[in-house]
Design a protein around this ligand. Structure first.
Ligand code: TPP
Length: 562
């Protein structure tokens, strides 16, 4: 069957199960868009290409599928770089399709030509420039395979205009993709796992640290079973929130710079630390040579290059998190677990004391506290909403005060920390979960970075809700200036702000505002129940800080408390 490159691309996307694409057209893509109008794939027109990538990111996290975005050459392609880098840091499976000038013009400084393959090489898992229409089908298959297998990540395919317009004989490729140079290790080594069990059985003060890898490999249940059988407390990273039920007695909450007192103290004191699907990022470890210094560290990760990158590891396990935890659960059946509760009692008691000594708390005054807004949001939504965040204090308060009992409910730019992520990611999440309530918890600074995506939400009837914790500052930077730079507030005050209620209305959305604590519930209830996209502007305490806080580079047990 002779087909055009555009037709082949669409056939291949359909065969990969793609139903939604987030994109923005341009000259080199007009022919492809013309074809796409005839296909079953839904296209979501964003307002800025950065929005397309973040939306594909949110869609991928909630659907468990590969997110796809499509943008034109040159400026369209460069506008995606931040979103690609964010997905790369957070290991999100994604295929980014970029248009390119015709092959005979590549390298000639043609109009809207940019070397996007060169630009994105360090922030993609892999990328391709397709020079021949005959290679298109196999390239697409390979790209999806790479994006979703092993440690997931973004893959970029650059598509010159003449390749999309050219024709080739098309035969649907069949069978699994095989690549000699790429074979991630999914199944862990049983000998290593036997050692893991031995260490954990021997341990007096074991601790599990669960990361985003648990969520992306669907290992939450396996982790929960394992932790409960061995009565091991679990702390999660920001990316791992929801990997273990936050309401479980064994849950210590989040670890790291703004982690809970009990999680950070336990890390300092534990004798065996089992890290699963975590990167040991500096926001988690603080000063690395003091991190878990009493402990033997066991690290499970599908990416061997992640192991021993940041901390010394006694037992490395290369494998998929779910495959590993399933196998560990299997191996445990032969162990005598009856003595476990008695053996764990002193350690769990010690943790309970840390918990009682320092809870996440804030002082209620007659000004709205940002923590209170998140707490009420959690209560009113019964902890069931999908929460995306922007970056800054809003992100940390969402992580601390919303209770995540399930995986895939918290969508945040963890690794790169991209302001402007939350609204487009919420849009992608809403496409993936049309019947769920999706709320972006935002700062007044961050929301202005991609506020234009409210237009996308309106056009495609995606009823995302935005909760702005409006402190009139770039709050997180202001917090550092307050604590470490003698309160010299430089370039963090937003002197000119839009009226967010009117801004929402200008897009045809609903806008609401609360300025007093007693108005919070009413605005939340009204806003969450309203049809279509809503912006809720909460005018909060201007100089509130996020606590606990570990100063950058300090040991994580040395926290500043309220
Ligand atoms: C694109 C981008 N630029 C700059 C930063 C640095 N930064 C981190 S947090 C922050 C302040 C965020 O302010 P706001 O969105 O108002 O949220 P708040 O901290 O007040 O909740 C800044 C500027 C960033 N993370 N991302």
């Amino acid at each position: 069957m002779k087909l055009s490159g555009a037709e082949i691309l669409l056939k291949m996307l359909e065969s990969e199960g793609v139903d939604s694409i987030f994109g923005y057209p341009g000259g080199v893509l007009i022919g492809l868009y013309d074809e796409m109008a005839k296909s079953n794939i839904r296209h979501y027109l964003v307002r800025h290409e950065q929005g397309a990538v973040h939306a594909a990111d949110g869609y991928a996290r909630i659907s468990g599928k590969v997110g796809v975005c499509l943008v034109t050459s040159g400026p369209g392609a460069t506008n995606t770089v931040t979103g690609i880098a964010s997905a790369y840091c957070d290991s999100i499976p994604m295929v980014v399709l970029t248009g390119q000038v015709p092959t005979n013009l590549i390298g000639n400084d043609a109009f809207q030509e940019v070397d996007i393959v060169g630009i994105t090489r360090p922030c993609t898992k892999h990328n391709y420039l397709v020079k021949d229409v005959n290679e298109l089908a196999d390239t697409i298959r390979e790209a999806f395979h790479i994006a979703r297998s092993g440690r997931p990540g973004p893959v970029l395919i650059d598509l010159p205009k003449d390749v999309l317009a050219g024709t080739a004989n098309f035969k649907q490729p069949k069978g699994p993709v095989t690549m000699r140079s790429y074979n991630p290790t999914v199944t862990p080594n049983t000998k290593q796992l036997t050692k893991v069990i031995k260490e954990l059985m021997k341990a007096k003060k074991p601790l599990i640290m669960a990361g985003g890898g648990i969520i992306s490999s669907n290992a939450s249940q396996a982790l929960t079973d394992f932790a409960r059988k061995l009565q091991i407390p679990v702390t999660t990273t920001l990316m791992g929130l929801g990997a273990f039920p936050g309401s479980d007695d064994l849950s210590l909450g989040m670890i790291g710079m703004h982690g809970t007192y009990r999680a950070n103290m336990s890390t300092g004191d534990c004798d065996v630390l089992l890290g699963v699907g975590v990167r040991f990022d500096d926001r988690v470890t603080g000063k690395t040579d003091t991190f878990a210094s009493q402990a033997k560290i066991i690290h499970v990760d599908i990416d061997p290059t992640s192991i021993r990158k940041n901390v010394p590891v006694s037992i490395p396990v290369v494998g998929d998190c779910k495959a590993t935890l399933d196998k560990l659960n299997e191996l445990l059946t032969g162990e005598n677990l009856t003595e476990i509760p008695e053996k764990r009692a002193p350690w769990l008691k010690c943790i309970a004391e840390w918990k009682a000594a320092q809870r996440l708390a804030y002082d209620q005054t007659d000004v709205i506290k940002p923590q209170y807004v998140v707490e009420r949001l959690c209560k009113i939504t019964e902890g069931k909403a999908i929460i995306s965040t922007e970056v800054g204090q809003n992100q940390m308060w969402a992580a601390q005060f919303y209770d995540f009992d399930q995986p895939n409910r918290f969508v945040t730019s963890g690794g790169l920390g991209v302001m402007g992520f939350g609204l487009p990611a919420a849009i992608g999440a809403q496409v993936a979960a049309p019947n769920d309530l999706v709320v972006d918890v935002a700062g007044d600074g961050s929301i202005q970075m991609n506020i234009q995506e409210l237009g996308t939400a309106m056009q495609h009837k995606l009823p995302v809700k935005v909760v702005i914790l409006n402190n009139g500052y770039l709050g997180m930077v202001r917090q550092w200036q307050e604590l470490f730079f003698g309160k010299r507030y430089c370039a963090t005050q937003m002197d000119v702000q839009p009226d967010f209620v009117k801004l929402a209305e200008a897009y045809g959305a609903t806008g609401l505002r609360a300025t007093k604590p007693e108005e919070v519930d009413e605005v939340l209830k009204k806003g969450l129940a309203a049809e279509g996209p809503v912006i809720m502007d909460f005018v909060v305490e201007r100089e509130e800080c996020v606590y606990p806080m570990v100063p950058a580079g300090a040991p994580i047990t040395e926290m500043l408390l309220v």
